[in-house]
Design a protein around this ligand. Structure first.
Ligand code: SF4
Ligand code: SF4
Length: 330
């Protein structure tokens, strides 16, 4: 009798994703094993929680894979002899709220937030993360020495429990943070994390003028965002900051805008820029039949040459790289 072929997934093993609508294994784009559907802060049966991960792995073989939500996932690979199911996660994605103090036209959360702009800090509409985080540490489910904590969602600056959560991580053990914010409100704790080389901090400015900022984000907060960036850029490890330029057709897809942006970044002292094509556009456009605007390739090459001149590291978001190579760089 031939042996069953066994599969493995490092995401399932290492990652816990706390989203506003579910707590699940990965954020691969495929809905993998879900620990809790529509979690709303109820008491968790931690033995069942741990067992769920083990049971999800049991389906990763060629006889049972049809019963697994992982079937067909790009991340599945053949199991190796030294693979083992870890009792702990070494990456936690926290994205359990959708409220935000701006309204980017490319926001992937727009359907959930209904485009509402909230100005004051508040609790998540779905559940509190801090008690859950304490429980995860208490039940020894987080790898205190190697944990990467990714915090994104709506905006951190108007999530009441943002700073308490960061402090909880620091108290219990965390290796590094990855934090996304629109940068409209200054967060002293982010400055401290940057000074201690503990964070990759990413923000999207997307432009270099107040008018364009308003068109892209529907709030008149360009100056605040730039001033806050200047404060963060004075950190001891400012290399941890990345500023995105998300390109939107007919708005910021012009060479003069890109030039103004790169000059502003050089003036502030930003060392990393990420060029990205709006993900909503990528997801909802049939690119084979509606080709990517042809000038996007030129725009990227222009961006690259300006960044080289200013000694700024220009990254491409991986989906953007794939699409540019396929449709715009020949
Ligand atoms: S195989 Fe894919 S869907 Fe399943 S846990 Fe891994 S990344 Fe998620
Ligand atoms: S800052 Fe983020 S969450 Fe807020 S509107 Fe923009 S994309 Fe959406």
């Amino acid at each position: 009798m031939s042996e069953k072929k066994l599969y493995f997934c490092d995401e399932l093993n290492n990652v816990l994703s706390c989203f506003h609508d579910r707590i699940m294994s990965c954020c691969s784009g495929q809905i993998g094993p879900v620990y809790y559907e529509a979690y709303r802060g109820q008491k968790i049966d931690w033995d069942a929680f741990k067992q769920f991960k083990i049971d999800s792995f049991k389906l990763l073989n060629d006889e049972d894979i049809d019963k697994s939500p992982c079937k067909g996932c790009f991340f599945l690979r053949e199991k190796r002899a030294n693979d083992f199911i870890s009792p702990k996660f070494n990456m936690i994605n926290i994205s359990h709220w959708t409220h935000c103090n701006c309204g980017c036209i490319y926001c992937a959360r727009m359907l959930d937030s209904k485009g509402k702009i909230d100005l004051k800090p508040m609790k998540s509409q779905y559940y509190d993360m801090l008690p859950l985080l304490k429980q995860l540490y208490k039940h020894d489910l987080l790898d205190r020495d190697n944990l990467i904590a990714c915090i994104q969602g709506g905006d951190i600056s108007i999530l009441k429990e943002f700073e308490p959560m960061v402090k909880e991580f620091l108290k219990n053990g965390v290796k590094r943070f990855y934090i996304l914010s629109n940068n409209i409100i200054y967060q002293p704790i982010i400055k401290k994390l940057l000074d201690n080389n503990m964070v990759d901090y990413t923000t999207s400015l997307d432009c270099a003028s107040r008018d364009l900022f308003y068109k892209l984000k529907r709030v008149d907060k360009f100056e605040d965002s730039v001033q806050n960036l200047r404060k963060y850029a004075k950190s001891k490890y400012s290399n941890g900051i990345t500023v995105k330029y998300i390109v939107i057709e007919h708005l910021n897809d012009k060479k003069e805008e890109v030039k103004k942006f790169v000059n502003l970044m050089a003036d502030i002292g930003i060392k990393n820029i990420e060029f990205m094509i709006d993900n909503k556009y990528v997801l909802f456009t049939d690119l084979d039949n509606n080709p990517l605007p042809s000038h996007y390739g030129d725009l990227y090459l222009y961006f690259k040459s300006l960044c080289e001149e200013k000694n700024i590291n220009l990254r491409l978001w991986e989906k953007t790289e794939f699409i540019l190579n396929k449709y715009a760089l020949h």
